[in-house]
Design a protein. Structure first.
Length: 137
């Protein structure tokens, strides 16, 4: 999922790029369980582990868990400068949903994820451009 933001990349990343910023623009309640924001840091959402990081991106994975089918789930959030005052936010997901019952179930899963993460990208744009999000109920 991608969206163009009317702000410079440094400003965008400072506003939405910390590992637990997802708690504001995506999934409430994020806390750091271990680490300091560098590689190997674990956040409470999905017990996701930070496995890659650049100046304007990070990649995380969800670990294998007992009793949960492993889907190879990885996500990457990145900010790409387009000009001095424009940035593109990209959120890429990689996962295996082949364990679902059929093509219809797999397609529904993809569309549900796309809808949820598109909303997150839209929320990031609002915040990066200096706006505020409505209060959650």
């Amino acid at each position: 999922m991608s969206i163009e933001v009317n702000a410079p990349v440094d400003k965008v990343w400072a506003r939405i790029g910390k590992y637990c910023d997802i708690g504001e623009w995506g999934i409430p309640g994020c806390t750091i369980l271990s680490g300091d924001g560098d590689l190997g840091t674990v956040r409470s959402i999905g017990n996701e582990i930070l496995v890659g990081k650049t100046k304007y991106s990070y990649t995380y994975t969800q670990p294998v868990r007992v009793g949960v089918t492993y889907s190879m789930y990885h996500g990457t959030l990145e900010a790409v400068p387009l000009s001095a005052d424009k940035t593109e936010i990209n959120y890429t997901l990689f996962f295996d949903n082949s364990m679902l019952a059929d093509d219809a179930a797999r397609e529904k899963d993809i569309q549900n994820r796309r809808t949820r993460f598109t909303k997150m990208v839209e929320n990031m744009k609002v915040l990066a451009e200096g706006g505020t999000l409505p209060k959650a109920n």
